[in-house]
Design a protein around this ligand. Structure first.
Ligand SMILES: [Ca+2]
Length: 167
């Protein structure tokens, strides 16, 4: 009984908060991700099949942010997340073989969302171009990473936190 009451109260709270925090969105109730986004590892992910430069792709993702839920190009923080991307990409019709992710291989390599995980999945021989070619894409989405000219235009994947989580 207590468990039922708890989940009921949580449902009411998040239903009300949804109205406040995500006014205008298509999502009802307590879905953890907005419509069209795919959940994995307490995060929401969206492949955008539009050709954009690395910088424009990141700006596009940031434009999808919600209050308290910043969106960025995806950070791949584990082998499991890499595998998730590979499976997700297979579901997108007509997606090319290259996809921007949110890693910048510059003097101080970093994930754009601030992740500090040490997981890397460089393709054999990568990265090979030094800090002059700092933007990172995956090939055969979910496959190995490569550093690439930032002005190249590829589809990309955005990532943002679940609703009601601040992590
Ligand atoms: Ca991530």
């Amino acid at each position: 009984m207590a468990k039922f009451q708890t989940s009921f109260v949580l449902f009411i709270i998040c239903f009300v908060l949804n109205g406040i925090m995500d006014h205008g969105s298509m999502v009802l109730g307590c879905a953890p991700c907005n419509t069209g986004w795919i959940e994995f590892g307490n995060r929401c992910h969206l492949i955008v099949n539009k050709q954009k430069s690395f910088q424009d792709a990141e700006a596009y993702c940031q434009g999808l942010s919600r209050p308290g839920r910043p969106a960025h190009l995806m950070s791949i923080n584990s082998k499991k997340e890499n595998d998730f991307l590979e499976e997700y990409a297979k579901t997108i019709t007509g997606l090319g073989t290259k996809l921007w992710i949110g890693f910048k291989q510059s003097a101080s390599p970093k994930w754009l969302d601030g992740s500090r995980d040490s997981y890397r999945n460089w393709a054999p021989g990568q990265p090979n171009s030094g800090s002059s070619v700092p933007c990172v894409r995956v090939a055969n989405p979910g496959g190995g990473w490569a550093d690439t000219v930032c002005n190249n235009e590829y589809p990309f994947i955005c990532e943002m936190p679940y609703r009601f989580t601040t992590k």
